[in-house]
Every structure is written in structure tokens, then in C-alpha cells.
Ligand binder design. Structure first.
Ligand code: 13P
Length: 250
């Protein structure tokens, strides 16, 4: 049986508003074809500013739009923050949370990430919860401890049967062109899958990999059992590369 695969494009702050709109407009038919086979889900994550425009552009297409972050508060005096309810009101389907750039540059804690997951689920948005160890932690063989600590608060807050995505992104692989050994990744995904059956037995969980995914390694990486897709940074900015990743993975 072929597995269902999820492809999430994280455009970070590298795709200005007009470029994000052109990406969808210029490739509308190809995107449609790419997402047509059952079992392929494509999610594009532009900046907050482009969310509403893109949601409207993909209306009637089987392409989904996701945010790159949301507030860990529901409402109030939090200048510059964006709440889960607003994301729901514009029909945003997914939201990336806990990306390593937010954990390191903006000092987000795993408890805050879990709080965001809770609010997103309450607003029927699928959270894409990012976890991953740094190079130092990897070298010190602390990966499983780190992942366990990052996930522990998440297990506490998710209590309703819904969809959740967990993205394993080793920090040392993001934007570096370095991909972990396949055996290493297999161990991680076996472990993640066991953790999810233990703590999220009522949920529909998809486990995806992120970190230097491109058209040269996607086919090979897609062989990893219990891995349901990719969170793609740099290579998702170029439609042809993104398309090749999708085509080569299935
Ligand atoms: P790259 O694909 O550019 O390594 O980025 C991965 C990432 O951070 C996606 O969230």
C-alpha cells in the first residue's frame, strides 16, 4: 500500500507577499495536478501577511495554507502577535509551531509550544509541531532526551481526537545540506511512532522530516518507514524543485 504523504513548504521570511501570490498564481494548474492523487497533501506556509490572499487563491483547489507561528495567548495586550482564532477565521488549515528558529531566536519554550498546539486544536487548525536537537546535543548523544523533553508538555495538552503533525527537524541539518544517516532517521521515526501510539492514541498523527530536503535526496528519504512526508525550507521557494520533491517521493 502506498503511504499518504504530506509536503509542507515553510517559506520562512524568504518569500515576500507578491512572490507568494505569484507562486500560487503562476503554478495553479501544476499545483492542482500535483495535489490530485489521493494520499498527497500539499501545505504552503507563507508569512502572516500573505495568508488571507493565499487562502482565497487556493479556494476550490486541494491545496492547504498554513501559518508559520501563532500566539500562546488567546487574546489581549500582546502587540505584534497573531491569535489562533484569527487564523481560523481566515480559514487557515495548518500552523507550524516550535520551529527551531523560534525556539532559539525568540526563546520559545516547549510549554509555550504546547499551549499554542492546544489553542490551535481548539480552533480546528492542525498544528505542525517542530522538534529537534542541536549539533551539540546530537554529538553528545542526547537526541532522545531532548525530543522527550520537547514533547512532554505536548502530551499534556492534547486530549481531544484530532489531527496532529510532528516534524522532526534536527537543527544541524536545517539549511546546511547535511542529512542524517538513514539508519539514524529510522530509529528516530520508530521511536516517535511508539511515543505517539502511547500518548496520542486517539489522534491521527503524521510524522514528517525537515532539514535540507531537496530533489536529490527526497526519493531516498521517502523510503523511511513511519515517515509521512517533509517540511521543506529552501527548496520549497522554487516551484520546480518543490514539484520534483513531491514527484520523486511517491
Ligand atoms: P531547509 O529545507 O532549508 O533546510 O529548512 C528546513 C526547515 O527549517 C523547514 O522548516
Amino acid at each position: 500500500m502506498t503511504k499518504s504523504l504530506l509536503f509542507v513548504a515553510n517559506w520562512k521570511m524568504s518569500m515576500p507577499f507578491h512572490a507568494a501570490c505569484s507562486f500560487v498564481q503562476d503554478n495553479k494548474h501544476e499545483l492542482e495536478k500535483l495535489a490530485a492523487p489521493t494520499g498527497t497533501t500539499i501545505v504552503l506556509c507563507p508569512s502572516f501577511v500573505a495568508l488571507d490572499a493565499l487562502v482565497k487563491m487556493v479556494h476550490n483547489m486541494s491545496i492547504y495554507i498554513g501559518a508559520q507561528n501563532c500566539s500562546d495567548h488567546l487574546a489581549g495586550a500582546f502587540t505584534g502577535e497573531v491569535d489562533a482564532q484569527s487564523l481560523q477565521q481566515i480559514n487557515c488549515s495548518y500552523c507550524i509551531i516550535g520551529h527551531s528558529e523560534r525556539r532559539s531566536l525568540f526563546r520559545e519554550t516547549s510549554e509555550e509550544v504546547a499551549q499554542k498546539a492546544k489553542f490551535l486544536l481548539e480552533h480546528t487548525i492542525i498544528p505542525i509541531i517542530c522538534i529537534g536537537e542541536t549539533k551539540e546535543q546530537y554529538e553528545a548523544q542526547q537526541t532522545f532526551d531532548i525530543l522527550e523533553k520537547q514533547l512532554a508538555p505536548v502530551w499534556q495538552v492534547i486530549d481531544q481526537p484530532t489531527n496532529v503533525v510532528i516534524a522532526y527537524e534536527p537543527v544541524w541539518s536545517i539549511g546546511t545540506g547535511i542529512i542524517p544517516e538513514k539508519e539514524y532517521l529510522q530509529k528516530i521515526f520508530d521511536w516517535l511512532s511508539k511515543q505517539c501510539s502511547q500518548y496520542l492514541s486517539k489522534m491521527i498523527v503524521q510524522l514528517i522530516y525537515g532539514g535540507s530536503v531537496d530533489q536529490n535526496n527526497a526519493k531516498d528519504l521517502a523510503q523511511i518507514a513511519k515517515m509521512d512526508g517533509f517540511l521543506i525550507g529552501g527548496a520549497s521557494l522554487d516551484f520546480q524543485k518543490f514539484k520534483n520533491i513531491v514527484l520523486l517521493s511517491r
